[in-house]
Design a protein around this ligand. Sequence first.
Ligand code: GUN
Length: 311
Amino acid sequence: MWINPLKSIILMLFPTSHLSKKRELNMSKIMDGKKVSKDIKKWIIQRTKELKDSTGVVPGLASILVGNDPASEIYVRNKRRACERCGMLSEEYNLPEETSEEELLSLIERLNLNEKIHGILVQLPLPIHMNPEKVIRKVSPDKDVDGFHPENTGKLFQENPSAISCTPYGIEKLLDYYGIEIFGKHVVVVGKSNIVGKPAAALMLNRDATVTIAHIETENLQAITTMADILIVAIGDPQFIKKEMIKEGAVVVDVGINRSESGKIVGDIDFEDVKGKASYITPVPGGVGPMTITMLLWNTLEAAETFALGK
Ligand code: GUN
């Protein structure tokens, strides 16, 4: 079994008082991504400072945004701010929609060679005239803090990960924080994207869960989701998962960030409907989202440490 080095740090950092022994009747425990992120960020700030003091290296993240998709602008801005708050260097490249693929590739090439930059993030989705696979492959695997490069996804599937994509990594840390057993449990992942569904499944498999990947084309989805001890949903369909679709006492993790018809931000899980039946649940916002950003910082710090110390 692959032992995640971060797990021992998490166990060392966090007290066990949050582990509930018994679920109160009809009450789901909220997995508070904001709080957990805050705790992990304290650790990141400390390690960032230690790295700077001992080697002079300041972890640097370059974020590239092509076009002006409003949601992507917010994500990139939040990533930059989080980076700066942790004492890291952050460079943001906002390129116009009509930027050619060649121009983007040559910017990535320059950043690959820039010694002040240890992590490169190309915000997805890209404009349709660009080939995302080609762009992702251009990022040096050593600076691929998103964990999207095929070399890094391949290593994850071979239980020898280096950079792990941030959302699945954040989910794993949330589950660990709340003392939720993964070993031997049935994890059902709904969604098969390269960014979340597939790496989440690999990560859970590496922790010796039994994993089923389902998606929106799965026949009789409810028969599958109701088998889950841990249900991870990443389909981008507002409030799709209702209480009939989960098992009593299941742990439910909501990756979706959608806008409801009334303009409210909601997940893929109908929180109000499910919350009495699940043992643990992530809210939206404030669940998986903050963890994604935090694990991006974590990956950037690790990339900088590898650069500085050759770890
Ligand atoms: N678009 C949506 N999620 C992500 C992410 O985690 N990383 C990048 N680069 N783009 C995204």
